[in-house]
Ligand binder design. Structure first.
Ligand SMILES: [Zn+2]
Length: 146
């Protein structure tokens, strides 16, 4: 993802990229890679008690306590993402759609239902469509512990 984002910026195909990292693990690699890159805004929502315990600084980090359920998780996303798009005005979205937020993920530590996870993805896609933004989706971060 880092390489693709860099390529889009360098070739002028994107001027501002928003990385929406909703994998349960913080997008720590992405956060570090783009800390000095103002053309990439990194937004991560993740479990407070998940790897990595020492978090890096994304442009916007929101962490949730262990056991967080759909209502809080989704409302936080609904309250945050549209305003973020308006403010940062990205012309390209990268979406890390981790499914390890599910209650059924034993290591994930959040308790999101399958329906909630689907709503999350639909909401992100709706925002992309509504704002006419291209979106690249990947299923998980490259920084998972083995
Ligand atoms: Zn993960």
């Amino acid at each position: 993802m880092g390489v693709a984002a860099h390529y889009l910026l360098e070739t002028g195909q994107a001027r501002k990229i928003l990385v929406i990292d909703l994998d349960v693990h913080q997008g720590n690699g992405t956060a570090v890679m783009f800390q000095q890159e103002p053309r990439v805004f990194t937004f991560s929502m993740h479990g407070k008690d998940n790897y990595p315990l020492k978090k890096e600084q994304s442009d916007l980090d929101i962490d949730f306590p262990t056991g967080t359920e759909d209502e809080l998780y989704l409302n936080t996303l609904y309250d945050t993402l549209p305003g973020l798009i308006q403010r940062e005005k990205p012309d390209f979205l990268f979406y890390v759609s981790g499914v390890d937020i599910l209650a059924s993920d034993r290591l994930g530590k959040l308790s999101i239902s399958r329906e909630g996870c689907k709503e999350r993805d639909l909401f992100v896609f709706e925002q992309a469509i509504k704002n006419g933004l291209p979106i690249v989706v990947s299923m998980g971060a490259a920084t998972h512990p083995a």
